[in-house]
Design a binder for this molecule. Sequence first.
Ligand code: PHE
Length: 367
Amino acid sequence: MENLQEIQTRVEAAINAASDLAALDEVRVAALGKKGEVSLIMRTLGGMTPEQRTEFGPKLNALKNQLNEAVATRREILEEQALNARLASEVIDVTLPASPTPTGSIHPVSQVFAEAAVIFGDMGFAVAEGPDIETDFYNFTALNFPPKHPARDMHDTFFFEPGEDGARKLLRTHTSPVQIRTLQAAVQRAEKSGAALEPIRIIAPGRTYRCDSDQTHTPMFHQVEGLVIDRETHMGHLKGCLADFVSAFFETSVKTRFRPHHFPFTEPSAEMDIGYERVGDEIRIGQGDKWMEILGCGMVHPNVLRSVGVDPDIYQGFAFGMGVDRLAMLKYGIPDLRDFFASDQNWLTHYGFSPLSQPNLSTGLSS
Ligand code: PHE
């Protein structure tokens, strides 16, 4: 019996002396493990007389519980010590530079949209938008396309199944429907306020669709439309505005040339070419003696103005439309149009632009 007192004193001393969790566990196993000192004494209970067992059993149990408690208390202390030691050794150096977080990049098409908005914004243009899914009226009829014009044909236009009214919606084949929507909104505002039609100066960047696919054509592509309507706007304004645009866009002095052309919604119509030269594999925009076509333009056709209730004898103006994908390829030396839409992470990282240095009206292109 006195033996138990001795065991308690000795084992508790060993528990309190354990300097780490592994040592504590050794002490615990030696006393309370399956073959531990206390467990072995427990086994002798079976061979005792009932009287001995009544006396000895509770004492032995109490010893076991006390030792278990002592182990738990010591474990808590040791665990806290271990945690404190770890905290002390794993100091964070807040002066170290942060590890870089990968950020996304701005797609060259979005970049060119932003650049166009800045350059035209400088000239007083606002940005307008319209839906990708259009009606025949906005995409063709209001733009003075004759009823049997080949562009309405299935070969160029993606049509939807006819709706309940029998009319087929379509994916807009150009951004020119935004001209009509902008004019209509301006006419409505004028009617509401009773004032004269306000001058219009907008560009409309957006997605366009044609059933066409090869090395230089994708079924979805991008355009920037422009529309200016006022009382005294003439072809000279059109030429000056677009010449200024290309030089600002290519950030160099660019030669321009206007060739007569035909669009149903402009009269007269023209295509604008820009000068370039080829140096080895490289295309240099600006001077040189070669010409490439980059946009369509013209004075807004009187029938277009009439289709939205604007009097062409009072108001006139010009419109233009250009392919953004090709402008991006030319400016940033991107060889293949199809890569624009491949979502290749490496390509996007290489040709993409920093979201933190997007062009804006106050800083211009070189922000
Ligand atoms: N919408 C024409 C096209 O897609 C471009 C254009 C727009 C031409 C405005 C003249 C005026 O080809």
